[in-house]
Design a protein around this ligand. Structure first.
Ligand SMILES: [Fe+2]
Ligand SMILES: [Fe+2]
Length: 279
């Protein structure tokens, strides 16, 4: 049956993950695949994976993860921040892959119609620990605990003064796009980070939540007629519900994370039609 499928956090810098991606196949000729970020740190790897998937699926929709946005010393492409993001968007466009900068496509297959909106919203250090009032305090606490996201070293916000300033600009632009969407059609939102904080509450290191989203999207699942919210980044694959809205964490994750699980790694999550287990 034709399906709208999703996965994220392919992390193909790991050979085992690359082999899993090589085996990803649609279930029909007209399946779409949502890729919710963290394909790889290297632009050439991102291109390799999205080309392979783009050849197999009728449509591939991509939202950037923090790893794509790193300026990693091993990547010949040393672009930073907004320039790096725009370069990735151009790479995707050449492959026919839909990005947050393109018109939102409408899925008219089973379970549709829905507007599929890939988002790039980033984070702004507002998912702080209880009693922590500021970004500075939250960062100090994280450094103290030794729980520091590599973004602090490699995800440059240029030309914005900070990652939170870049996030603020992305929120403004994304709200404008979502408000201008086709009226009367529910949405499937695809963002690397969850739009609500709740999924981060089970993190092993709660200090890490500051790199996992923003409080400013807390009502988007209600505001923008959301059918399903697709995200990754946490590497905790599961289905949860907030205010009656389905949230799907669709990550593959690192080999050390998926290896101990009893489930087959690299299975695509069915978003539409709504599978039995999620209805
Ligand atoms: Fe990831
Ligand atoms: Fe991530």
């Amino acid at each position: 049956m034709t399906s709208l499928l999703a996965i994220s956090d392919l992390h193909i810098g790991y050979q085992e993950n690359r082999r899993i991606v090589e085996e990803i196949r649609p279930t029909s000729d007209s399946d779409w695949l949502l890729v919710a970020g963290d394909v790889s740190e290297k632009v050439s790897d991102v291109e390799w994976a999205l080309r392979l998937l783009g050849d197999r699926f009728e449509k591939v929709v991509w939202a950037p993860g923090n790893h794509e946005l790193w300026t990693h010393p091993s990547d010949p492409v040393q672009l930073r921040g907004e320039e790096r993001y725009r370069h990735l968007v151009e790479v995707c466009r050449d492959l026919g892959v839909v990005t947050p900068e393109d018109p939102y496509p409408i899925w008219t297959g089973p379970g549709g119609p829905v507007t599929v909106a890939p988002l790039f919203v980033l984070y702004d250090y507002t998912f702080r620990m209880p009693g922590v009032a500021t970004k500075e305090e939250a960062l100090a606490l994280a450094y103290d605990k030794g729980v520091v996201c590599t973004d602090e070293m490699l995800l440059h916000p240029d030309p914005y003064p900070s990652r939170d300033a870049w996030c603020a600009a992305r929120i403004t632009e994304t709200e404008r796009r979502l408000e201008a969407r086709t009226p009367g059609v529910p949405t499937v939102l695809v963002n690397h980070y969850p739009l609500v904080r709740d999924p981060t509450l089970i993190l092993y290191h709660p200090e890490f939540a500051i790199w996992c989203g923003t409080e400013r999207t807390a009502d988007w699942h209600l505001r923008f007629d959301v059918h399903t919210m697709v995200y990754g980044h946490l590497h905790i694959p599961r289905t949860t519900w907030y205010d009656g809205v389905r949230f799907e964490e669709v990550s593959l994750g690192y080999p050390r994370e998926w290896r101990p699980r009893s489930t087959v790694p690299g299975q695509l999550r069915q978003i539409l039609p709504v599978p039995e287990r999620a209805s």
